[in-house]
Design a protein around this ligand. Structure first.
Ligand code: FAD
Length: 378
């Protein structure tokens, strides 16, 4: 089969690897706009469950991924300078670039043809193919080509966020809240290598406007945010990838996922707010589900509907949880009067996926402390 993939992110690369494993004679080409060592962003985060899927899908890449990961089991919530630690949440962080390089290497081993620095802008650029995969991310061009049949929607959410890095190490998934005279800022931070952490700053649109962040240069923006998070950064700098871009989170959905021999994967198909850390996980699981549909069925036009039927309900559920989480952050000003332990409880249960009993299993001491605090409060 001739497979043409636009987008060499986690979804496109991993799908190519799995299809080559299924049948080495597949002729697979990936068109990727960037070079192999360009990347936007810093680190990504995985749960243990994602690791289970990766191990059973492709052991060689899995081994390289775990060798490169940083692992922790705590979520820390920092409010009014007080840190509340919640244990029992196992996560691993890895640099996005290191992760992509592992997948590039595996693609090369298996004979996938990756054409770097090739920006696809129209369909005439594509070679003849039996299957077309649009894996070109949240701002997908290929989604637009098929918008009449796939019926996509993109909801630009209210909060602004910015993806930064720092050499300050956050040993756990750390949410740090700061109330300022302009409004609330929160940082989502975690280490992804021995010397770097991801540091995503998020705030409401009004807070962002009052703080005069529009039009500030990279240096001015970093200086402003370093001042707000001074204690947390302990004098270490915030770093950009050479350009500051505040983003309104695009919530992408598609009513239909496929048509004829065309299918979308990953962020082109659906996004999930970074506060539940699941964009890469979803992209990889899409790739696994689509490859499995090829394992069990014949003929592209029979396989693609099977993939959609099996996978869409799972993704819909995760997008609902991610939406509850992003809405919580849009309303975070309302929670700032809470004491740190109660804010931590609200933050841990915000997506609706973690109940008090689930939390008790992960960290009984934390839940007992919340309950004691509630009794004392009356
Ligand atoms: C601030 C932020 C924080 C995040 N944190 C996490 C996290 O902690 N954990 C996590 O799991 N996920 C996280 N994500 C999400 C994650 O980055 C994506 O969800 C994930 O990479 C999706 O994979 P993908 O392959 O679908 O798309 P992408 O990774 O976006 O890859 C798409 C690829 O297509 C290429 N491309 C686009 N257009 C074209 C074109 N016209 N021609 C050729 N190539 C093209 C792009 O260059 C890119 O390489 C975060 C995202 C953001 C924005």
């Amino acid at each position: 089969m001739k497979i043409c993939i636009v987008g060499g992110g986690p979804a496109g690369l991993y799908f190519a690897i799995l299809m080559k494993r299924l049948d080495a004679s597949h002729d697979i080409v990936i068109f990727e706009r960037d070079g192999p060592d360009d990347t936007f962003g810093w680190g990504i985060v995985f749960s243990d469950q994602t690791f289970g899927y990766l191990e059973s899908s492709d052991a060689p890449s899995f081994t390289r991924i775990i060798e490169t990961c940083q692992t922790w089991n705590n979520v820390d919530i920092v409010h009014r300078g007080e840190k509340v630690t919640i244990r029992g949440n196992r996560f691993s962080g890895i640099a996005r670039l290191a992760f992509l390089n592992i997948l590039h290497r595996r693609c090369h081993e298996l004979g996938v043809d990756i054409r770097f620095r090739t920006n696809i802008t129209n369909r005439a650029q594509l070679p003849e193919h039996d299957l077309f995969v649009g894996a070109d991310g949240a701002n997908s061009v290929t989604r637009q080509w098929f918008s009449d049949v796939l019926a996509p929607s993109v909801d630009q959410r209210k909060n602004k966020y910015l993806w930064l890095g720092t050499p300050q190490l956050f040993h756990g998934l750390t949410l740090t809240f700061h109330q300022t005279d302009k409004g609330t800022f929160v940082a989502h931070a975690y280490k992804f290598s021995e010397n770097m952490s991801t540091f995503i700053v998020e705030c409401g649109e009004e807070t962002w406007a009052r703080a005069g962040l529009e039009g500030k240069s990279d240096d001015e923006t970093c200086a402003y945010l370093q001042d707000i998070f001074a204690e947390d950064l302990a004098g270490r700098p915030l770093l950009t990838n050479n350009f500051v871009r505040w983003i309104n989170f695009p919530l992408v959905r598609n009513r239909h996922w496929q048509s004829g021999n065309v299918v979308l994967l990953g962020d082109a198909l659906h996004t999930a707010h970074f506060s539940i850390g699941s964009g890469t996980k979803l992209a990889l699981e899409d790739a696994i589900a689509l490859a499995q549909a090829f394992e069990h069925n014949d003929g592209v036009e029979a396989v693609l509907p099977t993939f959609e039927q099996a996978r869409k309900p799972v993704v819909d559920q995760l997008q609902d949880a991610a939406q509850s989480s992003l809405t919580w952050f849009e309303q975070m000003d309302d929670y700032m009067d809470l004491q740190p332990i109660f804010l931590a409880y609200e933050a841990m249960t915000r997506s609706g996926r973690v109940s008090r009993e689930k939390l008790r299993l992960r960290d009984p001491e934390f839940v007992a402390a919340c309950e004691r605090g509630s009794l004392e409060r009356g």
